[in-house]
Design a protein around this ligand. Structure first.
Ligand code: DGP
Length: 120
């Protein structure tokens, strides 16, 4: 944990950041944490999150724009370490209608199989 991160006691991903819930961590930095999704939708399915609590990507971009950029840096590093040179997809579900179920900003990194377009 870094000194300036802001956590929400009721948030699942904040509990992962705090180490209170285990996760299969694949990458970390002072501002970000990345771990494998519990319900993977592709051979590689990693969630890249800010350590601090923001309810969605827009709130993160507004509150901590440098950390928002760090999520993309982390995704690029993970894509390389996971061997996703053929391509990968980055997704931010935002809001219930878009199937956001955890209201701590997170980027899905999906790869390792051919993707369909348009997404459902
Ligand atoms: P979203 O639906 O976009 O809010 O994505 C939330 C993702 O979080 C979903 O794909 C499943 C994953 N998830 C939920 N609970 C846990 C957990 O406790 N650990 C891990 N690693 N992933 C989780």
């Amino acid at each position: 944990m870094t000194a300036d991160e802001v956590l929400d006691d009721d948030c699942l991903f904040c509990k992962i950041v705090a180490g209170d819930i285990e996760a299969d961590v694949v990458h970390e930095s002072t501002t970000t944490l990345a771990f494998r999704d519990l319900d993977p939708q592709a051979p590689t399915h990693v969630l890249v999150i800010p350590r601090s609590h923001y309810p969605n990507a827009a709130a993160l971009a507004s509150g901590e724009p440098e950390t928002a950029a760090h999520l993309f840096d982390a995704a690029a590093a993970i894509a390389e370490s996971e061997g996703l040179g053929e391509g990968y997809r980055l997704v931010f579900n935002t809001g219930a209608q878009a199937h956001q179920s955890v209201f701590h900003a997170h980027m899905h990194l999906l790869g390792g199989r051919a993707m369909t377009w348009p997404p459902g």
